[in-house]
Design a protein. Structure first.
Length: 247
């Protein structure tokens, strides 16, 4: 059986590629377990500063749509959402059903301009169960999210960009280079500053402004206990690029 998850690292960037073109209960179970293992490895590896998630092939992003099998619930998106580093989705194929829910769990979404997006589960007598009903409204607003979820409509990359579902839409031939450039830009920063900035934004969204500002201040003070913060200050004073080591 084909391995559903491929994992590699290069220059502080981790790459997760999902290959599930023919989904069934056995492959889905294996995918969930493999994603759990890979995401746990990333969280415990301070040499990983940024994560890129993509799929094999060009038909569907990560090869995951809505699987209507005997298993009632298999959360893949929660594994990605639990990564404490920036996660970039390189959307190389249509992001439909659970595939879109997986993309929604990422922090940045860059897509080929020919792909489509949607949560069509409602047309099969079901509804999004891997975070779609929660993450989509928080991203694009309740009204538009309600429309997409209740109609099951499929939209183009151009419309997805317009409503803020994705950050960039580029020609498919440029997607890999675009994602690589953004990942390189982020990975040049310190891993702790990336982690704490992400935590401040995500957790702060559920707090009052006063509580959020307090969280921001606490994380900023915590950042000052790291060797990377000292490296950043010294590099700034010497006017040289910092050499962050995840310590």
């Amino acid at each position: 059986m084909t391995e559903p998850v491929f994992y590699s690292k290069n220059a502080h960037v981790a790459y997760i590629t999902i290959d599930c073109q023919q989904i069934n209960s056995e492959i889905l179970s294996q995918l969930v377990e493999e994603m759990k293992r890979v995401c746990s490895d990333i969280i415990h590896d301070n040499d990983v500063f940024v994560v890129v998630l993509t799929g094999k092939g060009e038909n569907f992003f990560c090869g995951v749509q809505e699987y209507s099998g005997s298993q009632p619930y298999n959360s893949i998106a929660s594994k990605i959402a639990g990564i404490d580093r920036p996660v970039i989705a390189a959307i190389n194929g249509d992001a439909l059903g659970q595939g879109l829910e997986l993309a929604l769990a990422c922090d940045i979404r860059i897509a080929s301009n020919t792909v489509h997006f949607g949560l069509p589960q409602i047309t099969k007598g079901c509804f999004p169960k891997d975070g779609g009903t929660q993450r989509l409204p928080r991203l694009i607003g309740r009204g538009k999210a309600m429309e997409l979820i209740l109609t099951g409509d499929i939209i183009s990359a151009a419309e997805a960009l317009e409503i803020g579902l994705i950050h960039k839409a580029v020609p498919g031939s440029d997607l890999a280079a675009e994602v690589k450039t953004m990942a390189a830009t982020m990975s040049a920063k310190g891993v702790f500053s990336l982690k704490y900035a992400k935590e401040a934004v995500i957790k702060g969204a559920d707090l009052t402004l006063e509580q959020g500002l307090r969280l921001e201040a606490d994380l900023y003070m915590l950042l000052h206990t790291t060797a990377d913060r000292t490296e950043g200050i010294q590099a700034f004073r010497k006017k040289i690029p910092p050499n962050f080591k995840g310590k």
